[in-house]
Design a protein around this ligand. Structure first.
Ligand code: DAH
Length: 339
């Protein structure tokens, strides 16, 4: 028996396998139920007691040698097949599994791109704000209804800490830290305590624009926004300004564009008026400049703010705001763009 085991040991040592199939044959030969090693163990029962220790150790070392051989050869074969594998063709054209950007990111990037062509930079501010930056510095009187719990998510009271209700808070932060000339755009998320529906959401996105310098006039405001509207919605787009009210601008206006869906003829998107509202704007109120330590005798400025969801709805004809937040892949897959 001893000679047989030693013969097997030599065989195991010398064995090599070119593929997993050969290795499996090797395993079956030695380790399977009817293999050589189980046969040795059953023969072992007849071994006289004085030889048991030596032969027992020999059989065990044979078994260990077989197991170690299998592990070593398996790793070797797998590594070899990884480096020489030819079933991956790196020159194949990519099919339909490219990702797409979210439509709100596309529109935000396009807005930034349009304004950056006329010298606007991008600035950001915190989503958790204090009363000063969201309201007081923007000339909201103490009892203004926008401060009401209905619209604002308060986090703490006295002093008030809240989720910003608009990106106008970023204008204040920029003006506090920079002296004119200022030309900046502030995109970001805003929060309002609204019931979620097709036309309203408690989280949405805005882009704020601010331009402060000497001799900035309402004509500059109009021309800048006219440029934007035509770049965004096409060169035939018309604009009109309607008087409005915001605490932080004086005078204030809302800008409409000729309905890009029906071309101004009248449809249910523009409610048959031919016009759709896209943003609020105005000349920065001197009180706001002063609250930010900017000399309102020397400087004037304009500001505007628009909802990214609204622009995206008009651009992509999306009729339900909730689609932007549901992450339905069938919706998201439709948006491909240079931005
Ligand atoms: N902050 C306003 C809002 O959330 C939008 C806005 C209107 C911003 C007029 C402006 C502006 O800068 O001049 O509804």
């Amino acid at each position: 028996m001893k000679e047989t085991i030693e013969k097997y040991l030599k065989e195991v040592e010398a064995f090599s396998a070119g593929n997993l199939e050969q290795l499996e044959q090797f395993r079956i030969k030695f380790l399977s139920k009817k293999g050589l090693i189980p046969a040795l163990f059953s023969e072992f029962k007849n071994v006289p007691p004085e030889d048991r220790k030596e032969l027992g150790q020999l059989i065990n070392s044979l078994k260990q040698a077989v197991q170690e051989k299998i592990v070593a050869l398996k790793t070797e074969i797998e590594q070899k097949s990884e480096t020489t594998s030819t079933d991956l063709d790196l020159t194949m054209p990519v099919t339909d599994n490219l990702g797409t950007r979210h439509p709100l990111s596309l529109v935000r990037n396009e807005i930034i791109d349009i304004f950056s062509r006329i010298g606007f930079s991008v600035s950001e501010g915190p989503e958790i704000e204090d009363d000063f930056h969201n309201f007081s510095a923007l000339n909201f009187p103490e009892e203004h209804p926008a401060r009401d719990m209905q619209d604002t998510f308060f986090i703490e009271k006295d002093p008030d800490i809240l989720l910003r209700t608009h990106t106008s808070s970023v204008q204040v932060r920029v003006m506090e830290n920079t002296q004119p000339p200022i030309r900046t755009l502030s995109p970001g998320r805003v929060f309002r305590n609204e019931a979620i529906s097709a036309r309203a959401h408690c989280i949405f996105h805005q882009v704020e624009g601010l331009y402060v310098d000497t001799h900035v006039s309402f004509a500059d405001l109009k021309q800048t926004l006219y440029f934007f509207a035509r770049e965004m919605f096409g060169q035939n787009t018309k604009t009109r300004f309607r008087p409005s009210y915001f605490p932080f601008t004086e005078p204030s206006a809302e800008m409409d564009i000729s309905c890009n869906i029906c071309g101004g003829k009248g449809c249910n998107i523009c409610k048959y008026t031919g016009w759709v509202e896209i943003l609020g704007c105005g000349m920065v109120d001197p009180n706001v400049l002063e609250a930010c330590d900017i000399d309102s005798e020397k400087y004037t400025g304009f500001a505007f703010g628009m909802g990214i969801e609204r622009i995206a709805m008009l651009k992509y004809r999306v009729n339900d705001l909730r689609l932007y937040f549901e992450n339905d892949i069938r919706f998201l897959k439709q948006f491909r763009s240079a931005y």
